[in-house]
Ligand binder design. Structure first.
Ligand SMILES: NC(=O)c1ccc[n+]([C@@H]2O[C@H](COP(=O)([O-])OP(=O)(O)OC[C@H]3O[C@@H](n4cnc5c(N)ncnc54)[C@H](OP(=O)(O)O)[C@@H]3O)[C@@H](O)[C@H]2O)c1
Length: 355
């Protein structure tokens, strides 16, 4: 294996991972209330092909949450299941909108690290609770804990409906065709797959996107996809201009960028994803390295008897039916809480208060 694509822990040293600007007070979001209704439609048994964009709402089949079971006036489902968040398409895969991110399982690049047993138990519990969309990367690796290897150890042979989304290149300056090929080989091996389900081409700086052409790396990745090594492509940490460029270069099924209730710079991009039937997968959904805080999250949380991270997750589900969630945690209680948030429906009043 090339040392250049071995998981590296020297990309960031503890404390260096750039943080987004501190807690941002509540801002207006013109789309949230309109989309809350769309989410309910997508989750209801009455979902029709006409009511959803083609890639996001296949009609019929599967277990879905009914409007009755979640209560029309908002509130929380009693069953704790990722299915309560409803489902959407990720390319050809149908996934529950509540998924799981594995970065915190390894403590990469900084912060607390769970024990190996806890990390394995978290993955198994997530799947037991209905999660069928797990985000990972070979470079989530620290002190003997590697996210891909943990997933394989915990879950292989994989449930048929489990979709593993990996990402390449955040630690690979240059994004050469050779480097991308080696990333494919390593991820296939460590995940124990014959074909990678979804690969995000991760560009930009540690957090912020950087304007640079996607032409060479995305074309090279599309060539690897054409060879059969990858089912679907995605792009990550991109600007709107890069999204537009990518649309002309290769089909992709998701965008993974930093976004949450307090960090809404991607609003136009989310609208573009929704219009194009492309999934938008926010990283840092509950704040990433610092808890997400806005003025009225606490008030809404109190109303429903839930935590503020749960409100932050429910707000994202209401923001757009194209949003799929992958909150990360190293704490079993937080895992239960986050998945339960998939069953939390915010009311019009809640959404207006949050702004
Ligand atoms: N494409 C990219 O460039 C990129 C970048 C970053 C992340 N990602 C992916 O996105 C996923 C999500 O991002 P993230 O994990 O960094 O951020 P996140 O999900 O917003 O936040 C995780 C942090 O919030 C805490 N937390 C989670 N649930 C909580 C709860 N219910 N109550 C209180 N605290 C809670 C966690 O601490 P505890 O461990 O104590 O729960 C952890 O510190 C990652 O796991 C990774 O798969 C992608």
């Amino acid at each position: 294996m090339s040392p250049s694509i071995e998981a590296r822990t020297d990309m960031f040293t503890p404390g260096e991972y750039p943080l987004p600007d501190g807690p941002i007070s509540s801002r207006s979001c013109r789309n949230v209330r309109a989309h809350a209704a769309a989410v309910t439609v997508l989750s209801a048994e009455t979902t029709t092909a006409e009511s959803c964009s083609p890639a996001l709402g296949p009609p019929g089949g599967g277990e879905v949450v009914t409007a009755q079971s979640i209560g029309e006036a908002g509130g929380m489902t009693t069953e704790n299941s990722a299915r309560a968040a409803g489902h959407a398409q990720l390319g050809s895969f149908r996934v529950n909108r509540m998924g799981f991110g594995t970065m915190k399982l390894t403590g990469w690049p900084q912060g607390k690290q769970p024990t190996r047993d806890t990390a394995i138990a978290l993955l198994r519990r997530a799947v037991e609770l209905g999660v069928n969309h797990i985000d990972t990367s070979q470079f989530y690796d620290r002190d003997g804990m590697n996210a891909n290897e943990l997933i394989r150890e915990a879950l292989h042979p994989y449930p048929e409906d489990l979709v593993l989304v990996t990402k390449f290149a955040a630690i690979e300056p240059g994004l050469t065709a050779d480097g991308l090929r080696k990333n494919v080989e390593v991820n296939l091996r460590t995940l124990g797959l014959d074909r990678l389900h979804v690969v995000n081409l991760r560009v930009g700086a540690a957090i912020a996107p950087v304007e640079e052409s996607l032409e060479a790396p995305l074309t090279a990745l599309a060539a690897l996809q054409a060879e059969g090594a990858i089912e679907h492509l995605g792009i990550s940490n991109v600007t709107r201009a890069q999204f537009d460029q990518a649309r002309d270069l290769a089909p992709f099924v998701c965008v993974q960028n930093a976004y949450n209730v307090a960090m809404r710079g991607d609003d136009p991009l989310i609208d573009a994803c929704e219009a194009a039937g492309i999934a938008y997968v926010p990283f840092f959904p509950v704040g990433g390295f610092q808890p997400v805080l806005t003025e009225h999250l606490g008030t809404v949380a109190e109303r429903h008897g839930v935590s503020t991270p749960q409100v932050a997750l429910a707000w994202l589900l209401a923001r757009s039916p194209s949003i799929l969630l992958i909150p990360g945690t190293s704490d079993p209680r937080h895992l239960e809480e986050n998945i339960a948030a998939g069953g939390l429906r915010l009311t019009e009043e809640d959404l207006a208060l949050i702004g």
